[in-house]
Design a protein around this ligand. Structure first.
Ligand SMILES: NC(=O)c1ccc[n+]([C@@H]2O[C@H](COP(=O)([O-])OP(=O)(O)OC[C@H]3O[C@@H](n4cnc5c(N)ncnc54)[C@H](O)[C@@H]3O)[C@@H](O)[C@H]2O)c1
Length: 393
């Protein structure tokens, strides 16, 4: 087993999962990512509302009958009542509509939380979750995947070191095409695709699903804060947005340009970020996640590769496997979890931990995403007017 220098001691962390059944997309990714560092054990779950699917999943994952719950409320209460013998954290992988209720229930039962994005529907709900976690000194992570990629962390540190100088422009796109066939359908909601239904998704579809990734990625890499934005929101006669163009102005007056789409034929998960500074630029694309294009002003572009010794920032040490063997989505998740688990180990061993010193997306980042969704949808529905983020607090 590759030993990672950023591990703390080998205290085992127990976790449970809500949602994430065998038929789901992201549940298996969380479990696989958590298994990469062999420091956690999945001990309980409520993987599906459907009893048969829940049982199948529990059996496949080796969860005993006693620890397989048909209701996540019951799971939160029972695990909370076990005290130190219960789970150390819960991982929430359900569709968006119950994130708030599930997060709140586990927090109130004294259990640390890692939740999928978008964190919840309403700004007030997100603020409440932040406040409960803070008051109870509980860890609260939100899995914004892209901050976990090693070369994203390298870019962040290169920017902090001043390698491209003062940032003057940001351009990010996240195009997909998996909902393009919806445009041929007559109904405004496809009953078999929960992301097309506001009841399960919230007020924003594309902006909540992938726009929030852009918002978080830029904030993570550059530290820039959005002051105001304007947006076009394309619904094509459906209930929710499938294609959004967003112009942002950061608090320092610099501008950025975001595009997210689920109807861009030929695009899969084409997240691409380009950051321009006075002295150079950085470019990263999810389809080629181990590489960063770095251009110094007036010089030919260079391709930097993950895992190579010439990467002289600390983040480069977080690489998991040798250069040339591709890392990817699972490793990005595992990198987020490595820091979550380190924080939980510290808490378990010392009774307290300063979660802010650990590099993983927190509840406040989730709140930022919810505010972003509301601002974009509001602007799109009001003739693409400029809206101030301070009006969405
Ligand atoms: N971070 C990322 O990169 C990323 C990627 C994909 C999805 N997501 C997020 O993950 C979440 C789930 O998305 P998905 O694509 O895996 O959805 P999915 O439909 O594939 O899976 C959802 C799972 O939740 C279960 N579930 C639904 N209601 C439940 C309930 N009341 N109790 C217990 N289980 C319940 C379903 O049975 C299913 O197993 C969404 O919030 C989505 O935005 C994040």
């Amino acid at each position: 087993m590759k030993k990672c220098s950023t591990f703390t001691k080998m205290t085992k962390i127990r976790y449970g999962m809500v949602g994430g059944g065998l038929d789901s997309f992201i549940g298996g990714v969380h479990r696989a990512a958590l298994s990469l560092d062999v420091r956690t054990a999945l001990t309980c779950g409520c993987f599906s509302r459907d009893e048969v699917k829940n049982n199948e999943c529990g059996e496949a994952l080796g969860i005993s009958e006693d620890n397989l719950y048909s209701d996540w409320r019951e799971m939160a209460r029972a695990e909370g009542a076990k005290g130190v013998d219960g789970i150390d954290f819960v991982c929430i992988c359900t569709p968006n509509h119950i994130h708030y209720d599930v997060c709140k229930e586990f927090l109130l039962n004294g259990i640390n939380v890692v939740c999928e994005k978008p964190l919840c529907f309403e700004i007030e709900q997100a603020k409440e979750l932040c406040a409960i976690a803070k008051e109870k000194n509980l860890l609260f992570g939100v899995t914004y995947t892209y901050s976990g990629y090693n070369m994203v962390k390298v870019m962040k540190q290169m920017i902090q070191r001043g390698d491209i100088g003062r940032i003057i422009s940001v351009n990010v796109e996240y195009p997909q095409d998996w909902l393009i066939n919806e445009l041929q359908r007559d109904d405004t909601v496809n009953p078999s695709v929960w992301r097309t239904n506001p009841k399960y998704t919230g007020i924003g579809n594309a902006v909540g699903d992938i726009g929030t990734h852009i918002e978080n990625l830029v904030h993570y890499v550059t530290g820039l804060e959005i002051n105001r934005l304007c947006a076009t929101v394309d619904r094509y006669g459906k209930q929710l947005d499938y294609n959004d163009n967003i112009l942002v102005e950061y608090t320092n007056g610099v501008h950025g340009n975001y595009w997210c789409s689920q109807v861009a034929a030929g695009r899969m998960n084409g997240l691409k970020i380009r950051i321009y500074g006075e002295n150079g630029s950085l470019e990263w694309e999810q389809h080629f996640p181990d590489y960063v294009k770095f251009t110094r002003r007036g010089e030919a572009p260079q391709t930097l590769s993950r895992g190579c010794a010439y990467l002289d920032v600390e983040a480069a040490g977080g690489s998991r496997i040798p250069a040339g063997h591709p890392e990817g989505f699972y490793c990005a998740f595992a990198n987020i979890y490595r820091n979550v688990v380190n924080a939980l180990v510290e808490k378990k061993e010392t009774g307290k931990a300063d979660f802010d010193k650990y590099d993983f997306p927190k509840a406040e980042d989730g709140l930022g995403g919810v505010r972003f969704v509301h601002a974009v949808i509001y602007s799109g529905d009001h003739d693409s007017c400029w809206v101030k983020m301070s009006d969405f607090e």
